[in-house]
Design a protein around this ligand. Sequence first.
Ligand SMILES: [Zn+2]
Length: 135
Amino acid sequence: MQRQFVFKEKGRFFDLRFLFNKLNARYFNNCLENYSIVWGKKRRLRPRNEIVFGSIQEEDRLIRIHPLLDRAFVPVWFLEYVIYHEMCHAVVPDEFDAQGRRIVHHERFYAEERKFHRFRRAKAWEADNLARFLR
Ligand SMILES: [Zn+2]
């Protein structure tokens, strides 16, 4: 049975499906199949200290993107970087430390992440603009 998601992919400024498909073709040989990508729920207040731009629920093949990224001042390549990061989680397996704790951001993951064509620019933009997403 096909699952139906009622979440929306199209924001005011960006279409997540379009960007996902573009990245899937460019970096992943279209191997990420049956994924949903949606804008997360809008909150009344902005986060105070930190913001989670994206997340992935592997068991549901669901990527969520923070709705505060759907704004005119956000460069499309920054949003693409956020989506790309989540897509990397889909293809790079988690690792575990000696205590059995899950590590999701490890060297192999970072090596994959750095392949994004505007990686440095995206990290610099994130550092320079983080305050605009917080209270
Ligand atoms: Zn991550």
